[in-house]
Design a protein. Structure first.
Lengths: 312, 493
């Protein structure tokens, strides 16, 4: 296992920033003309922000530009960054306990399509909470994928968390139930529940997930967070994922993973701005420390290739 | 909303009808629509730009043929171009004369390599081969155990050794030779294209096993980044083909186009589920239709080309575009459908048809019955079915040899369709503003696959196991009829 150096938000995004800066360089310090708008459009589309969100965003920017008589391309980019930051205004508090259920054992449920990074994120969150002195129990409720429990076991061992698992093919709800009971008995601070990846068009699997959530929310447990994991490389399908998982499980937040790659993860802008689902955490690598809180300002700057020190 | 490209193009190119040739200005508007359709399907912006340029070259000055509307014609050009890029013929794996045939799988984290490795092993077995799997992902926790579990279910041996993935792969090759395995499939750790260290590592793995085939495993949900990733992997490994995964989802899969365009190699296999058997040869024509958000429209258009008389084609297109729709049109559509041959196969090719309808039994008898009902109506009743009361209904039933209930069912379906059309017409004004014209520059160096004629289409509109959520709000057509609800079986059958 390679030991990755803990990433920071900006170091992970360095590569994305460079390419976008290059693309926007051509419109800097020039009067914004149609080419400038096209460059902006391609920058947003190229970051996976999506056709509809991009068009709507630029339409608003056009009226701002007209109102404020913006003539400088630099200012235009700044106005766009401001506007996008302002659109990312959801409350991203991570809830240690479920509201109104203070006595119950809090459960954080991780959901998402196949291969996005649910299990790894649990490993990272477990590392973070354990380092804070919390007693963590992990629930291996992915009973479908080959060796899913062993994968999570490795992560549990890394941070000293306890792992509750069932046999392969077992009912995931019962694994979660067992984990919550065990956690309550031990007085654990939190249960991190892994689930099998599933595509959102599989109705029976989405129903199964809804049941897992219901069971997790039953005494002695209470769901404090349901985190939808989205891979930064995801295209427009991310919106459909967010809608379907939110409907099935009452998603409370989004984790954006693999932002250490060349993908910009623009779909979460659409997810938060349009569906109001707050992005809470960002994954920046495969190591236990490669997890940071989402920060709208750095995210937008990175997405647009605007350097923080250039602002103001 | 205009969900299928044909509908979009029918709108933009309506003005073209009756003119001899497509003019640049007309084509430009259509190209803007094509651009949007491709972007919505996640095709990379740069790839879209090049693609649109090629379609422009092929469209401008093209003849407006009699049998196809200009919209259909441009759609056909788009579709042919798509299929050219995705690979006109399937990649046929040639087993090496000196075994083992070595296959290397590479790609991003979570793209589906390990699963694909096992599926490929199963596929090789089905070809009478004796494969060995190598678990060279020593990075992801329990990756080798995952591979072993999958391999056990198909009774295939796995080689792996802890430590260095390069040494592990070399050991696998030695093991295959020693044990007389004729195919070696190497699963590798997922890696990011920007991770220089890991990219070097996979290059070294490739150097020691010297693969006959290197497959890039790509998740069909990937968006714009597909290009950057494919470029890096291709530069490092010289990719021979693509395995497209998670096609059982509802992503449009534009990444397939982005990657194939960059790599210039065909998509070889499609992974369509989590089970070992959910694996098939890739069909470029189906993928093209999927990217465009259509059923297998091209096959439909080609049938139309052969069968429709020119006027009929025009009228049909016009009906689709404008949504004027009377019971006479309804019967016309039914007759034309019948002329086109097996109804079941035609309905299954239509875009936006629900699975329920797609799987419904539709036979000629039902059409004959529907036709008989409409023909028993007076001209006034056909134009304004609202006037049909109980006594008229009884008369029509008697005249057509059906029951009153069957008549009301048909009317109910028809009214529903007409209402949908009303909705469509209303939506027409809410169309997305046409975007800027696509840039005219055509960057060089697009490594496209060599062209060729496309192979005959047909078959399923969507990959196996796909149940696409919801039905796109397309123009209603007879394909929307819920035939079972119609209950048009002849009395006594
Ligand atoms: N570079 C990078 N890789 C990641 C990140 N998060 C997860 N991965 C990798 O992505 C792959 C899939 O991660 P998993 O955690 O197994 O994903 P999952 O959602 O649990 O997958 P399934 O259980 O198979 O649906 C693994 O190889 C992880 O190491 C990240 O933030 N950056
Ligand atoms: N639905 C679906 N899931 C798939 C498919 N291929 C792989 N997966 C799942 O995607 C996840 C990641 O796959 P894996 O083979 O471990 O990817 P790797 O990290 O590239 O080796 C696993 O949960 C697989 O079960 C597919 O075609 N459809
Ligand atoms: Mg997992
Ligand atoms: Mg793997």
């Amino acid at each position: 296992m390679r030991v990755p150096t803990p990433a920071t938000f900006s170091s992970g995004l360095a590569s994305s920033r460079r390419t976008l800066r290059e693309r926007l360089a051509s419109i800097n310090r020039r009067r914004p003309d149609e080419t400038a708008w096209e460059t902006l459009e391609e920058a947003l589309l190229g970051a996976d922000v999506g056709v509809e969100t991009t068009m709507a965003t630029l339409e608003r920017l056009r009226s701002t530009a007209a109102d404020q008589d913006i003539v400088d391309a630099d200012e235009l980019v700044q106005a766009l960054a401001d506007q996008m930051r302002a659109a990312l205004d959801a409350d991203r508090t991570l809830h240690a306990t479920a509201p109104d259920r203070e006595g119950a054992t809090p459960v954080w449920l991780f959901v998402g399509v196949n291969g996005v990074g649910k299990t790894t994120t649990i490993g990272k969150v477990g590392a973070r909470l354990s380092a804070d002195g919390q007693l963590v129990v992990m629930a291996a409720a992915d009973t479908f994928r080959a060796a899913a429990a062993s994968q999570l076991q490795t992560w549990a061992d890394r941070c000293g968390a306890a792992l509750i698992s069932g046999s392969s093919g077992a009912d995931p709800s019962s694994v979660v139930h067992d984990a919550v009971s065990a956690a309550a008995a031990r007085g654990a601070d939190v249960v991190l529940a892994d689930t099998a990846g599933r595509l959102q068009n599989r109705k029976n699997l989405m129903d199964e997930l809804a049941k897992v959530r219901r069971v997790a929310d039953r005494e002695p447990g209470a769901v404090a967070e349901t985190l939808l994991v989205i891979d930064a490389t995801t295209g427009q399908n991310g919106l459909s994922q967010a809608r379907a998982f939110a409907e099935a499980t009452d998603v409370t937040g989004v984790v954006l993973t693999k932002l250490d790659g060349s993908a910009k993860g623009g779909i979460v802008f659409a997810i938060e701005a349009e569906l109001g689902l707050p992005v809470k955490l960002v994954g920046l690598g495969e190591g236990p420390d490669d997890l940071v809180d989402f920060d709208a300002e750095s995210y937008v700057n990175a997405l647009l290739g605007v350097d923080a020190d250039e602002q103001g | 909303m205009f969900d299928t490209l044909t509908e979009r193009l029918s709108g933009t190119l309506r003005g073209l009808r009756g003119r001899g040739r497509m003019r640049p200005a007309d084509v430009e508007e259509a190209l803007a629509e094509i651009r949007l359709a491709l972007l919505e399907a996640d095709v990379n912006v740069a790839v879209v730009r090049r693609f649109v340029e090629r379609v422009r070259e092929r469209s401008v000055g093209g003849e407006v043929t009699a049998s196809l509307t200009p919209g259909q014609q441009v759609t056909k050009i788009v579709n042919d171009e798509l299929i050219d890029i995705l690979g006109t013929s399937p990649l046929n794996v040639q087993f090496a004369s000196k075994p083992p045939t070595v296959v290397l799988l590479a790609g991003l984290q979570g793209s589906g390599k390990t699963t694909a490795a096992a599926k490929l092993a199963q596929w090789c077995k089905s070809q009478g081969r004796n494969p060995l799997l190598v678990g060279a992902d020593l990075q992801r926790p329990a990756a080798v155990e995952q591979l072993r579990t999958l391999a056990r279910s198909i009774d295939v041996e796995v080689w792996s050794e802890p430590g260095d993935p390069v040494a592990c792969a070399a050991g696998g090759l030695a093991r295959a030779r020693h044990a007389g395995r004729d195919v070696l499939i190497v699963d590798t750790a997922g890696r990011l294209a920007v991770d220089a260290e890991l990219m070097t590592e996979v290059a070294r793995i490739s150097d020691v096993v010297e693969p006959h085939y290197t497959f890039l495993v790509v998740d069909s949900m990937v968006g714009q980044d597909a290009v950057a990733t494919a470029e890096a992997f291709h530069a490092t490994l010289e990719v021979d083909g693509i395995i497209l995964t998670k096609l059982d989802g509802d992503a449009r899969g534009g990444a397939a186009l982005s990657v194939a365009e960059v790599v210039g190699r065909p998509v070889a296999f499609a992974s369509v589920g989590e089970k070992i058997d959910d694996f098939e040869q890739f069909h470029p024509d189906r993928m093209a239709s999927r990217i465009l958000g259509m059923g297998d429209v091209m096959t439909l258009i080609e049938k139309a080309e052969r069968v429709y008389e020119q006027e009929e084609a025009e009228a049909a297109a016009q009906r689709l575009v404008e949504g004027t729709f009377t019971l006479d049109d309804f019967v016309d559509q039914l007759r034309q459908l019948r002329k086109m041959g097996n109804l079941q196969s035609i309905v299954s090719m239509m875009p936006g048809v629900s699975d329920q309808v797609r799987n419904a039994e539709i036979d000629d008898d039902r059409i004959t019955t529907a036709e008989a009902i409409v023909l028993s109506m007076t001209p006034a009743e056909r134009v304004s079915p609202e006037i049909i009361d109980a006594s008229r209904r009884a008369r029509i039933a008697a005249g057509s040899g059906t029951s009153s209930a069957q008549v009301s069912n048909l009317l109910k379906q028809f009214t529903q369709m007409r209402k949908m059309m009303g909705g469509m017409m209303g939506l027409g004004s809410k169309r997305r503003p046409a975007s800027r014209k696509a840039a005219r520059k055509r960057p060089k160096g697009a490594g496209r696959a060599a062209g060729g004629s496309r192979t005959g289409g047909g078959g399923r509109a969507t990959p196996k196991g796909t149940s696409r959520t919801g039905k796109p709000a397309g123009k209603p057509s007879v394909a929307d009829i819920d035939w079972d609800a119609l209950d048009l079986k002849l009395p006594g059958r």
